[in-house]
Structure formats: structure tokens, C-alpha cells
Design a protein around this ligand. Structure first.
Ligand code: UT7
Length: 332
């Protein structure tokens, strides 16, 4: 039966899992492809290596592996999942949704399934949507997946972008729980900045032609400097909005888990929020930017590394193409 507002359920993260494909691309590997250096990449981005899925692997395959771990971690069976939301900008294909492909592959035959396209903010948006479905009593167990094969849309001749991105997937189960409880969320968008970070061709605006392929319009494009400036301001604002909505201050954040775009962005966001480095979770060194999978994998690893004590306030915050931005506060 549908719940009324007075009967809202406590909603938490009841299972977590991630999957990183084994092949690594190091900075010295990239030195052989484009005019770059290990030193430039480390000092300007903080990235040492990133993962690359093999040619036959698609985002759904990465998502399936992460989902299986998360479902097991929650002590559930695939049939117990009511809804799958997959956040990705590298779907297996334009349609069907990658969430439907994952549903079939894991045997979650009782689940509805759809994708969210909010680029790097996708996992945060998806958790926030899942929280609403569970809090109203519509669904009990929602599988949220961030899965990306960004190496399939990176232009390996463009040194300003190809050094940044990698492949991976993270997943969580959002369900009824008083532990790791989702206590606040914030979401925003600014479509006027869409041109700063996009993949121009292959949609209805510019369907694939010989010319779009020749012009390399099927690869990710980014105006890095502009994106950098917005990212610092907007991630700090999103985290601050989500925490202040529930009467807390930025100083009450025990661990900030930001989208892993650039170590300099993370340090600048921390500074704006007045947080010391030990309260920022970072794994960018190992994986680079995995778009929607970044915050997902970071949440899983922060949990595995016991970075937060019970009762601590964790803030997931992200920013990305759209432009989109958002945050989620979890009472650990
Ligand atoms: O996930 C979505 C959100 N994405 C982001 O938030 C990414 C935000 N942007 C960034 O992280 C940074 O802007 C980049 C890492 C992309 C670029 O760093 P930057 O410090 O802003 O460099 P820049 O674009 O200002 O370029 C500085 C110089 C240029 O050379 P000149 O014109 O000064 O001679 C670039 O051509 O660095 C050059 N450069 C490189 N040099 C060696 C750009 N990429 C490279 C490279 N290796 N890979």
C-alpha cells in the first residue's frame, strides 16, 4: 500500500559493490600516444593510471559485475530488486537502456529499469531518485548503478582529454534502513553550459555520417579551463546546500566523497568548504575520471576502508556535463 507523507520510510544504503576492469593504462603508456608527460599529468590532474575495459566489454558488463557484488552484500537475490537505475553516458547503445540489459543479465526479473543521463552527476541523481521511491513505499529495493566505458568515447589523439578518463562501475542497493541513512539531497542543472562538455554527434541533431566521423565528432569534447572553474564553485555550493538543508554546517561533514575529476578541483572544493584534506576521499590517482562510476566506486572504497565512523556525516557531491550538479548526505 502506498505510504502517506507522515509514514515516510527511513532509507539507507544496504549493499555496495564495484568492479574495475584489470587492464591499466599508465601515464607512460600515454606518453607513447600523445605529446604529454607523466609529470604534467600528475601535477595538473593527480592521475597516475586509469583502467581500460577490453574491446568486447560494454558498460552493462561492468555494471553487472558491480551489481552482483552489491546484491550479495545486501543479502538479497536478484528477484528481490524492484527497480534498477543506471547512470551512464556510455550506454551499450542508444536503446534499449543499459539498465534493461543489466536487468536481463543478472536475472532481476521483477525489476523495472531505466537509465539516467546526468554525466558525472548521474550516480548522485540516481541515488536521490531511488531514495524517493523507497521513502514513499513504492519500492523496497532499488539497485543504483554507475557504469562507464569512457575509453570508448575518448579521442586518443586529443591530449587535453585522453589522459583524464577511465572505465569502471560501482553499485549500491537503496532500501529500508536506519543505517547509512540518506538524510538530505540537492540537485541542480544549468543547460546553458551544455556546450562546455559534450559528445556532439550520433544523436538526432547530428546523426552519424562519413563527415561526422571524419571530423571526430563522435568523441567527447571538453573546454577544460571553463569546466574547471564552474566545477570548483558548483560542487562546493551543492555540498553546502545539501548539508545546510538539514540544519548542519560544512564543519559537520566527516567525509566528503566528491566526483573525481581533478585533484586540484578537489583541493579547491575542500578549501571553500573549510575541510582538511583527511576529510576528502580521493582515489583519482588509481582510476582517473570515470564519470558516473567515479562517485559510485569512491563510495564503495570509502566504506571498505572504514573511512567513516557510525553516525558520521558523509556527503557525496558531483558535477558534470549538462551541466548538472548534486549532492547526497548519508548518516553513516
Ligand atoms: O568530469 C567532468 C568534469 N571535468 C572536469 O572537471 C575537468 C576540468 N578541467 C581540468 O581538469 C583541467 O582544465 C585540465 C586537466 C583538462 C587541463 O588542465 P589545465 O591546467 O587547465 O591546463 P590548460 O588547459 O590551461 O593547458 C595548459 C597547457 C597548454 O599548453 P600552452 O597553451 O600553455 O602551451 C595545453 O596545451 O597544458 C597543455 N596541455 C598539456 N600538456 C601536456 C593540455 N593537456 C596536456 C597534456 N600534456 N595532457
Amino acid at each position: 500500500m502506498k505510504q502517506t507523507g507522515d509514514e515516510m520510510q527511513d532509507v539507507g544504503i544496504i549493499g555496495l559493490g564495484c568492479y574495475l576492469p584489470p587492464e591499466k593504462i599508465t601515464n607512460s603508456d600515454l606518453e607513447k600516444l600523445v605529446d604529454t608527460s607523466d609529470q604534467w599529468i600528475i601535477t595538473r590532474t593527480g592521475i597516475r593510471e586509469r583502467r581500460k575495459a577490453s574491446q568486447e566489454v560494454a558498460s552493462s558488463d561492468l555494471g553487472v559485475e558491480a551489481s552482483k557484488v552489491a546484491i550479495k552484500d545486501a543479502g538479497l537475490n536478484p528477484e528481490d530488486i524492484d527497480l534498477i537505475i543506471t547512470a551512464t553516458i556510455t550506454p551499450d547503445m542508444a536503446f534499449p537502456a543499459t539498465a534493461c540489459i543489466i536487468q536481463d543479465k543478472i536475472g532481476a526479473r521483477n525489476a523495472a529499469a531505466f537509465d539516467i543521463n546526468a554525466a558525472c552527476t548521474g550516480f548522485v541523481f540516481a541515488i536521490n531518485v531511488a531514495q524517493l521511491f523507497v521513502s514513499t513505499g513504492t519500492y523496497n529495493n532499488v539497485l543504483v548503478v554507475g557504469a562507464e566505458k569512457l575509453t570508448s568515447i575518448v579521442d586518443w589523439t586529443d591530449r587535453s582529454t585522453c589522459v583524464l578518463f577511465g572505465d569502471g562501475a560501482g553499485a549500491c542497493i537503496v532500501g529500508k534502513s536506519k543505517d547509512r541513512r540518506i538524510i538530505s539531497s540537492f540537485m541542480g542543472a544549468d543547460g546553458s553550459g551544455g556546450h562546455l562538455l559534450n559528445l556532439p554527434a550520433g544523436g538526432s541533431r547530428l546523426p552519424a555520417t562519413e563527415e561526422t566521423v571524419k571530423k571526430r565528432l563522435h568523441f567527447l569534447k571538453m573546454e577544460g579551463n571553463e569546466v574547471f572553474k564552474v566545477a570548483v564553485r558548483i560542487m562546493a555550493e551543492a555540498a553546502s546546500n545539501a548539508i545546510k538543508k538539514i540544519g548542519l554546517e560544512c564543519n559537520d561533514i566527516d567525509l566528503l566523497i566528491p566526483h573525481q575529476a581533478n585533484i586540484r578541483i578537489l583541493m579547491a572544493v575542500a578549501k571553500r568548504l573549510g575541510l582538511s584534506e583527511d576529510r576528502i576521499f580521493m582515489n583519482i590517482e588509481k582510476y582517473g575520471n570515470m564519470s558516473a562510476a567515479s562517485t559510485a566506486v569512491a563510495l564503495v572504497e570509502a566504506s571498505q576502508e572504514n573511512r567513516v565512523k557510525k553516525g558520521g556525516n558523509v556527503v557525496l557531491v558531483a558535477f558534470g556535463g549538462g551541466l548538472t550538479y548534486g549532492a547526497t548526505v548519508i548518516k553513516w
